[in-house]
Design a protein around this ligand. Structure first.
Ligand code: PGA
Ligand code: ZN
Length: 417
């Protein structure tokens, strides 16, 4: 056990070339924990608050010096001298001192950076890997270490790419019962096959925010399903049983005046019509999970969709890793799986609590990277392993994405001794 000696934040760059926050926590014993915070580009409206400087002369207003300063001058004195292994207490202390519902006072980017770095320092202090430490610190009772399967975004559109599909993400979800390393290999082989198929069809193979292909002028929200199914087969795998398709529509982004505007196809659909479109797709393609098919402002229809969905329905913008919203979704039978993003919640404890709530209902948790503002931090992988998540959602390429797979494969090696 050891108390926190110092906390220091700095501005760093995230994957999109805009600033984020990195925090370093040092304990009296000398143990050190460092963490960096990611953020999204198609964020849900109720996510914890990302505090930006708003000074147009620096980074077009996206500087994070205010959040850095809040860590160094407000949060550091608050947590100094506290026992680092008391993660729940430290997170609660920061939440109370911030005093707002959405962490808009200190900024969730400030609070989360400290929360994650404290966990890392405490793990180092106890000579534990982060995933082992988190399982112990939150007294998570699971019989084994099941590793999450990759959900890898293969084709991206929406807010993540120009001139591509209206739906945001068409991903591959590994299904086969095999090692994490084999799942990663399978995923990358299918991704390569998809590249060949796109080239043959004269689509560009440029990649978007998450390292997924963002073919220009695709003009059909259904075509990616065809292309990815083809890629699974071409790579020598069985659609659905080895690998299936995962859709994240991010539908809040194209929900206008109570309807769904598929601009690339010049079609505007009612909720009933778009639900029918999804169900037809699911009959014809190997879709195994889907996320945010409806808008976060269309709560009433989520239970309608859920009642008809033959596969798990994942909530992201709807629930924003918020225990209250997730409980509401469970009560209303609006979703039975949840995307988990540390920065939507703003502390490690609240994030873990969302996962544990899912576990109590036997619902699926999917810790996820963020679109434009990802960092090289791999905390989400350890989190997924600690809480026993079924999947993690990451991109297939780019350093800030593949480092997550590398961490997962390392954890597998560590567990196998
Ligand atoms: P975001 O998108 O991180 O850009 O918000 C990812 C997602 O919606 O899952
Ligand atoms: Zn999403």
């Amino acid at each position: 056990m050891s108390n926190i000696k110092s906390v220091r934040a700095r501005e760093i760059l995230a994957s999109g070339g805009e600033p984020s926050v990195e925090v370093e926590v040092v304990l009296e014993s000398g143990a050190v924990g460092t963490a960096s915070v990611s953020y999204g580009v198609s964020a849900g409206s109720k996510e914890a608050f990302v505090l930006l400087d708003g000074d147009a002369r620096r980074y077009h207003g996206h500087g994070m010096l205010k959040a850095v300063d809040n860590v160094n001058t407000k949060i550091a004195p608050l947590v100094a001298g506290k026992e680092a292994a008391g993660q729940r207490e430290i997170d609660a202390l920061m939440i109370t001192a911030d005093g707002t519902e959405n962490k808009s006072n200190f900024g969730a980017n400030a609070i989360l950076g400290v929360s994650m770095a404290v966990a890392r320092a405490a793990a180092a202090q106890q000579h534990l890997e982060l995933f082992q430490y988190l399982r112990q610190a939150y007294q998570i009772n699971l019989p084994n270490w099941n590793l999450p399967k990759p959900v890898a975004v293969f084709i991206e559109g929406g807010r993540h790419a120009d001139k591509s599909t209206d739906l945001q993400e068409y991903a591959l979800a590994a299904q086969k019962d095999q090692t994490a390393a084999e799942s990663v290999r399978m995923m990358e082989e299918i991704y390569r096959s998809l590249k060949t198929i796109l080239k043959e069809k004269n689509f560009s193979t440029n990649v978007g925010n998450e390292g997924a292909f963002a073919p220009e002028g695709i003009q059909s929200n259904q075509l990616p399903l065809e292309l990815i199914t083809g890629a699974i087969t071409t790579a020598g795998y069985q659609p659905k049983t080895d690998a299936g398709i995962y859709i994240d529509a991010a539908a809040s982004e194209f929900y206008q005046d109570g309807k769904y505007n598929l601009a690339s196809e010049s079609r505007v659909l009612t909720t009933e019509e778009i639900i029918q479109m999804y169900l037809d797709w699911q009959k014809n393609y190997p879709i195994v999970l889907w996320e945010d098919l409806l808008s976060e402002f269309d709560w009433e229809h989520w239970p309608v969709l859920m009642a008809q969905s033959p596969i798990p329905l994942v909530a992201d913008d709807l629930t924003v890793t918020n225990v209250k919203l997730w409980q509401k979704a469970i009560d209303l039978k609006a979703a039975n799986a949840i995307l988990i993003k540390l920065n939507q919640a703003g502390t490690v404890t609240e994030t873990v609590d969302c996962c544990l709530l899912a576990n109590r209902h036997n619902y699926i948790t999917i810790p996820s990277h963020r679109g434009g503002g990802e960092t090289n931090d791999t905390f989400l992988v350890d989190l997924a392993v600690a809480v026993g998540s079924q999947y993690i959602k990451v991109g297939p390429t780019r350093g800030e994405r593949v480092c997550k797979y590398n961490r997962l494969m390392l954890i597998e090696e560590l567990l196998n001794g």
